[in-house]
Write a protein that binds this ligand. Structure first.
Ligand SMILES: Nc1ncnc2c1ncn2[C@@H]1O[C@H](COP(=O)(O)OP(=O)(O)OP(=O)(O)O)[C@@H](O)[C@H]1O
Ligand SMILES: [Mg+2]
Length: 283
């Protein structure tokens, strides 16, 4: 059982089911999402995505701006509902009562969805998303406070994860007192503190200077070697994808072009689009 599975997922934004169907049948005829938008006015974010992400993968989603990376990842914790298709996430062990082993994300009611998000998926954002009036330790502990963990315990856990991401002596600082690289370490510590099996990272390192970015990449790889989380990492930078990814999925115009290990993509690129990225990487 894959940890995350998308089955025939398509997304047409702001469309009725009939309008979505029209746009999707044009995609099925081989039209590009750009042409569909020009002819119908509807934006196809994703078209017929089939993707399985296994437990413990650091899976990079790669593609140019507008290729559908953020749209894909936001389906996993249902920040976006698909127009068609199914999304499954394997149950965390604590939740397993011997029934179905996978959660059908689209069938969750509001309360179940909230529990699902709290227990299964955390996110790291491009612009850090720290709460400005909370101290660093309060920011990292925030998800545990939501779970009603006592203060002493949640601060102890927060301090542990701050230490793990290489931050010392900043517990009582405020976010705007930290450099952007340090703020993103806090963002990472916050995602790790809630101990969800899945972490979604949308261009998490893209706003950082090259040297700091490289340090954060190394840190993520070191942590992942210990933690073995399932990480879905969005980037438009092929170097970053090859350095970090155990697996890479390439999107183009809302379509999945190829998924595989960096070596698969290097050795057998599915088309010119993939080949051009891989050449750019080896140059
Ligand atoms: N809320 C929305 N409403 C309408 N169209 C949208 C919406 N979100 C995304 N789109 C469209 O869907 C397509 C995919 O967008 P998406 O944001 O997923 O791309 P991306 O690969 O993450 O791009 P970037 O690298 O710029 O972040 C684009 O054409 C975009 O304009
Ligand atoms: Mg995006």
């Amino acid at each position: 059982m894959s940890h995350i599975r998308l089955q025939n997922v398509s997304k047409v934004f702001d469309a009725t089911p009939e309008q979505a169907q029209t746009a999707l049948s044009m995609m099925a005829d081989g039209m590009s999402s750009r042409d569909v938008r020009e002819q119908t006015g509807f934006s196809v974010g994703l078209y017929d995505i089939n993707l399985a992400i296994e437990k413990g993968e650091l899976h990079c989603i790669m593609g140019l701006s507008g290729s559908g990376k953020s749209t894909l990842v936001r389906h996993i914790n249902r920040l976006i509902d698909p127009s068609t298709g199914k999304i499954w996430v394997d149950r965390v062990e604590d939740d397993f009562h011997g029934h179905e082993s996978a959660i059908n994300v689209l069938e969750l009611g509001d309360a179940e969805l909230q529990t699902f998000r709290q227990n299964n998926v955390s996110m790291v954002f491009q612009h850090f998303g720290l709460v400005p009036h909370m101290t660093i330790v309060q920011n990292v502990a925030y998800g545990l406070r939501v779970r009603k963990m006592p203060k002493a315990k949640r601060h102890e856990i927060a301090r542990h994860w701050l230490n793990e991401v290489g931050l010392h002596g900043v517990e009582t600082s405020y976010p705007d007192e930290l450099s952007s690289g340090m703020q993103q370490r806090v963002g990472l510590a916050r995602a790790l503190a809630v101990d969800t099996p899945i972490i979604l990272m949308d261009e998490a390192f893209s706003a950082l200077d090259p040297l700091i970015r490289s340090e954060l990449q190394d840190q993520l790889l070191n942590l992942q070697a210990k933690l073995n989380k399932t990480i879905v990492f969005i980037t438009h930078d092929i170097d970053e994808a090859v350095k970090l990814g155990s697996h890479i999925t390439i999107l183009n115009g809302g379509r999945l072009v190829q998924t595989g290990t960096p070596q698969d993509l290097q050795n057998n690129p599915a088309d010119d689009y993939v080949a051009r990225f891989m050449v750019a990487n080896s140059a």
